[in-house]
Design a protein around this ligand. Structure first.
Ligand code: SF4
Ligand code: SF4
Length: 388
């Protein structure tokens, strides 16, 4: 029986080398973002799940993506019979020595998070949250016309207040056993004047596995701020927009000098997903749109509410959509609930929902969609229609 590895990230690499060690045969990789373009990974074709199942109907899918629930549901719908999760495959710490595309420290962290997340999926006592995006500012040093976080629509962008940000994260953590990754985002988070204070305070939270700072490579923080962030839990994720990201090299040098891990991501294309238009979709269409969306697990925390993606969070914040109460979780409401009920509310919201009304205003972010040029700059904030 052949293996098919679902996911071309660090966990997929770990599965591949583990299979090689154990004498198992990997037929191909599946990755909906990369399939269909003749792409290969580690010498194997990258296919869609449907293509892979047509060729290898009895193969075992090794799920190399943390959010396995949606993947398994989708695979079963397409006829898959066998699958295995990360904690069933990586049963010893041999993965620490494998070769990875990313920096080893970062790759190993990702592998460990996935193993932990898969192990916790069926544990009713523990709630492990894979990743949350914390929006600390609506301001950005660029104004990308097609920003999927909708920053191009903000006319008077604001920084969020540090005390509220910390309070909101603490409210979430009080019901979560582990938040594997907290991603600090904006806009451009380095524009927040209290950036250092916010991150250093959050680094003290033991239930946060790592803190990843997303930046567009335009700003190098002061040396004292970088000194304060030097911590094994800190990673910078630098998006490189070429000539627009004029400080990438300088930032990389400063991070290297302090041993802070980073990953630089050159961007070639984006999804065309930044319009805010009500489509009037049926329930079936909303469900299909959500199922196919690559952003549905980018859980976003903004102004005390958790949303399933940055579009829902920012479209609501901009008042461009009137989001139904089921489309988000108000963290203050959790404070009033018994602990077990709050945990179940979060588990249901994060892992069991098949559809959201707010998706009706979104163009969708399907895997493998035709790309558009990234980071085209807009001279002025873009107009949009406020919800009635
Ligand atoms: S996509 Fe552009 S506008 Fe949006 S947050 Fe990134 S750099 Fe800023
Ligand atoms: S389709 Fe829904 S989940 Fe996906 S980005 Fe749009 S609003 Fe978010």
């Amino acid at each position: 029986m052949k293996d098919i590895i679902f996911g071309c990230g660090s966990v997929g690499e770990a599965f591949f080398w583990n299979a090689a060690e154990s004498g198992r045969s990997v037929a191909c990789f599946c990755d909906d973002r990369l399939a269909g373009k003749g792409n290969r990974f580690l010498g194997r074709d990258i296919l869609t799940a449907g293509e892979a199942l047509a060729l290898y109907p009895d193969a075992v899918f090794l799920i190399a993506i943390p959010h396995a629930v949606h993947i398994v549901k989708s695979l079963v719908r397409q006829g898959a019979k066998h699958w295995r999760l990360a904690h069933e495959i990586l049963t010893d710490d041999g993965y620490r020595e494998y070769a990875y595309t990313k920096q080893r420290l970062l790759a190993v962290q990702e592998v460990e998070e996935c193993v932990q997340f898969h192990r916790g999926m069926n544990d009713p006592q523990r709630l492990i949250v894979r990743s949350v995006d914390l929006v600390i500012t609506e301001r950005c040093s660029l104004r990308c016309r097609d920003c999927s976080n909708l920053m191009q629509y903000y006319r008077s962008p604001m920084n969020l207040r540090p005390t509220e940000l910390i309070r909101d994260v603490d409210r979430l953590l009080s019901h979560v056993d582990l938040l594997s990754e907290l991603r600090i985002i904006g806009g451009e988070p380095l524009m927040h004047p209290a950036f250092r204070l916010i991150v250093t305070e959050l680094l003290k939270r033991e239930r946060i596995g790592r803190i990843v700072i997303f930046t567009n490579g335009t700003i190098v923080p002061e040396e004292s701020a970088l000194d304060a962030l030097a911590n094994e839990k800190t990673t910078f994720m630098i998006t490189d927009y070429g000539s627009l990201s004029g400080n990438v090299v300088k930032l990389e040098e400063q991070l290297s000098a302090r041993g802070i891990s980073y990953f630089t991501n050159p961007i070639e294309e984006w999804n065309d997903c930044a319009s805010i238009v009500r489509h009037g979709r049926s329930l079936a269409d909303l469900t299909a749109l959500f199922d196919a969306c690559c952003a549905k697990n980018l859980t976003t925390l903004l102004h005390g509410r958790l949303y399933r993606c940055p579009f829902m969070a920012n479209a609501t914040n901009l008042k461009a959509i009137r989001s139904a109460s089921e489309d988000s979780v108000k963290l203050l409401d959790l404070v009033e609930m018994p602990h077990g009920t709050a945990k179940e509310t979060l588990r249901d919201f994060l892992y069991r929902r098949d559809c959201f009304a707010a998706c009706d205003a979104c163009a969708g972010r399907p895997y493998g969609a035709k790309g558009i040029p990234p980071a085209i700059q807009a001279a002025h904030p873009l107009p949009y229609v406020e919800a009635p």
